[in-house]
Design a protein around this ligand. Structure first.
Ligand code: ZN
Length: 307
């Protein structure tokens, strides 16, 4: 499979981008500058930035548009983000409706020629799960660690495409990182196995966990909101409360990047314990500052509350 095929090349680099790049090489010996730190990669979320850092190491300089603890679904790019996108040599997002606001930022930054990797749409062999509206696909593929390994392959291919001189280094880093993710995946399975089967039921704020649930044998009973940024109707919440009671759910989980109010209300109405917080679309503060830590943290929370 060709690496180029995963990158959307929508046009040519602008003259301005060439001018910036020429200026960087001209002052390369003048001392350290952000640009000399490596290939500038810009991602939509901190989770993807962490993955790119693992594959790119010192060869890349990664920044995320959505800050830690931020909500990628409802994010509104700031004027400074346009400059960040304009300076990128590679753009990395998920697609599938998670971070589609980036398309407008790319246009505003005159960066339509910059290679763009849409990981959720590029990966092959993942059976899609339905999104929040008819005809859409749930975008949260990476919370299944097996899918995250496929994301790593996509990142490896994209970095080699923009920086072929360092092909061996990217391949080696990707291999090391994927081995860690394999270990993580096995660990999740042993942890979930400690939860009695009847208790493996999940209620969260938004619909981030269906791929995780499918891979690791958990049933999603429901989510507090149909889509982030949208208040649920009274009818929707009443149905969810009844489903939670009927399923005998042991705990309801809030999420770090969203307000806890709705989940607290669900807890009060169902008598379920509310556990805070799971992480999914964004990194947080220690000890949840990497993708691996998100998976370890979330899995540990599930085990603590449900086992
Ligand atoms: Zn999400």
């Amino acid at each position: 499979m060709s690496g180029q095929s995963h990158l959307l090349r929508l046009g040519r680099l602008t003259t301005a981008a060439f001018a910036i790049s020429a200026a960087i090489s001209a002052c390369g010996s003048a001392g350290p500058s952000p640009a000399s730190a490596g290939i500038a990669v810009v991602t939509s979320t901190t989770v993807f930035a962490d993955m790119v850092s693992n594959v790119g190491g010192d060869l890349v300089s990664v920044s995320s548009l959505v800050p830690k603890n931020g909500d990628v679904h409802t994010f509104e790019p700031r004027p400074s983000d346009i400059q960040t996108v304009a300076s990128a040599k590679l753009l990395v997002m998920n697609g599938l409706g998670l971070d589609d606001w980036l398309a407008k930022t790319i246009t505003n930054a005159s960066a339509i020629g910059t290679p763009l990797l849409k990981m959720g749409e590029s990966v092959k062999g993942v059976a899609p799960l339905p999104g929040d509206t008819a005809g859409t696909q749930n975008p949260h593929l990476w919370l299944d660690v097996k899918n995250a390994e496929l994301y790593v392959d996509e990142i490896d291919t994209a970095l080699k495409s923009v920086d072929p001189a360092h092909t061996a280094a990217y391949d080696a880093n990707a291999g090391t990182y994927k081995a860690k993710l394999e270990t993580l995946d096995s660990w999740v399975r042993t942890q979930i196995a400690t939860i009695p089967e009847a208790n493996r039921k999940l209620v969260t704020f938004h619909d981030a966990f269906p791929y995780y649930a499918r891979e690791y044998g958990i049933t999603i009973v429901g989510v507090a909101v149909e889509a982030p940024g949208q208040d649920p109707s009274a009818g929707y919440t009443a149905q969810l409360v009844s489903a939670i009671k009927q399923a005998g759910v042991k705990a309801i989980f809030s999420e770090a990047q969203f307000p806890a109010k709705l989940v607290d209300q669900l807890g009060a109405e169902t008598g379920c314990k509310v556990v805070s917080n799971l992480y999914d679309d964004a990194l947080g503060d220690p000890p949840v500052t990497s993708y691996e830590e998100i998976i370890r943290w979330d899995t540990s929370q599930l085990v603590k509350a449900l086992a």
